[in-house]
Ligand binder design. Structure first.
Ligand code: HEM
Length: 410
């Protein structure tokens, strides 16, 4: 039994579950027991009989079987227009091997140890500069003043290599994504989204031109060099940049926000991190388990497949509830408690699992603990400034759940 959450949805008909609905997004944990009890289950999503899996074992079975559960979105499926962030361009996360393998291989060098070390170095300097400025104020709004600036600088400037004067192009684009949430199957994409997309596309096209002349030092140049011999098309390149952006910047900011919330909420933890700095890594893993930035991913049954004794028919869209799986009591004891010493915290599937395992985990995994160690060292008394209820969550996009506002005192 989930001890801290209101279980008033416990006896609802499972068919009424709507993982894209606002009620669900506002507090997905409320629906965990209902989902565990019925997993794998069937729901109606925009008139389409769809399946969901929620237990840890069921989610793992689906995510590790890319032959039976494809990542390629079928064309014209109601609901998918709401999560078509990449304007129907071919992206690695919505493709299967061998296309997926080729796309992932092209971008893989961007995540090598040398580049990661450079990101950590840059982030370390930025964190110190921000703290020099913020600490004398006696408190901060964590997301706007601290987590976002770190995520933007690390992902946009350092990782993607986008000049700060052009950041607005990509920040605008991310801001328009929630607009897709309200459109119908045959509706045109909202104009602000299309304008932002086209601005991003134009930027990428210019950079590709520079890359061809060997004058581009950002990620586009790197990918272009790796992709010699036409391994990647212009459209794929554009899609790649947008994936890196949407996959990387909001999720890192989200993971930072939730990790700092858990630090601020747990008396004595900063001292423990100061004594044993490696604890900061388990802190991140436990945060990703308890507060997953991505709450669900989708797959599509490529053939009739049995999951846990239930047949999922070919063609069925499958909602893989990774957020629920990370709180499955069969795997994680007392799952709704933040336990920085949890021995199996790292078994969460917040980065997914299988061929699509998050490629950016090698960036998130060192950066977030670095931030935690710096805060523990320089602001060991950091605590929530108000009540837990003052923490505001952003539920603007169907698959993600990030903190929008979190105020702390030092
Ligand atoms: C804490 C931060 C992050 C979380 C929680 C997260 C979560 C995820 C999840 C759940 C998936 C699997 C999607 C699926 O199976 O369909 C994924 C894939 C992906 N992520 Fe992340 N991510 C994070 C950070 C990043 C960063 C920093 C980047 C890039 C710079 C990134 C880029 C990607 C890409 C490109 C994929 C697709 C991989 C593939 O299809 O092979 N992510 N991420």
């Amino acid at each position: 039994m989930n001890p801290i959450l209101n279980n008033d949805v416990h006896d609802r008909p499972i068919m009424d579950l709507n993982p894209f609905g606002l009620e669900f997004r506002s507090n997905p944990s409320r629906f965990h027991e209902l989902m565990f009890k019925n997993s794998p289950g069937f729901i109606m999503m925009e008139g389409v009989r769809s399946a969901f899996v929620a237990t840890y074992d069921h989610c793992i079975s689906v995510l590790r079987d890319f032959k039976s559960f494809s990542s390629q979105k079928p064309k014209g499926l109601p609901g998918m227009q709401r999560v078509d962030f990449f304007n129907s361009l071919p992206v690695m996360n919505y493709s299967d091997p061998p296309d997926h393998t080729r796309r992932r291989k092209v971008v893989n060098p961007a995540f090598g140890p040398k580049r990661t070390a450079m990101l950590i170095d840059g982030a370390s300097q930025l964190i110190d500069r921000l703290l020099d400025k913020i600490l004398p104020n006696g408190g901060m709004e964590v997301i706007g003043e601290f987590a976002r600036p770190i995520a933007v600088d690390t992902m946009l400037r350092q990782f993607l290599g986008i000049d700060p004067k052009d950041h607005h192009i990509f920040l605008n684009y991310v801001q328009t994504l929630p607009l897709l949430d309200s459109i119908g199957l045959h509706d045109p994409k909202p104009k602000p989204y299309l304008d932002a997309w086209n601005a991003g596309k134009e930027y990428c096209r210019e950079q590709q031109e520079l890359a061809r002349r060997g004058e581009c030092e950002n990620l586009i140049g790197l990918i272009a060099n790796t992709a010699e011999g036409g391994a990647i098309s212009d459209d794929e390149m554009m899609a790649m940049m947008m994936v890196m952006l949407t996959g990387g910047f909001p999720t890192i900011a989200g993971a930072l926000g939730a990790s700092l919330m858990n630090l601020a909420r747990t008396p004595g933890l900063a001292e423990r991190i100061n004594e044993t700095p490696s604890l900061s890594h388990n802190h991140l893993e436990e945060t990703l388990r308890l507060n997953p930035p991505v709450s669900l991913v989708m797959r599509f049954a490529a053939n009739d497949t049995d999951v846990g004794g239930t047949l999922i028919p070919q063609g069925t869209p499958v909602y893989v509830m990774i957020g629920a799986a990370c709180s499955d009591p069969a795997v994680f004891t007392d799952p709704y408690r933040f336990d920085v010493d949890r021995p199996n915290a790292k078994n969460h599937i917040s980065f997914g699992t299988g061929v699509h395992t998050c490629i950016g985990n090698t960036i998130a995994r060192p950066i977030v603990p670095l931030v935690l160690r710096k805060i523990a060292e320089r602001a060991p008394g950091m605590r929530l400034a108000g009540h837990d209820g003052d923490i505001r969550w952003n539920v603007g996009t169907p698959r993600a759940r990030h903190i929008e506002r979190l105020v702390v005192a030092f």
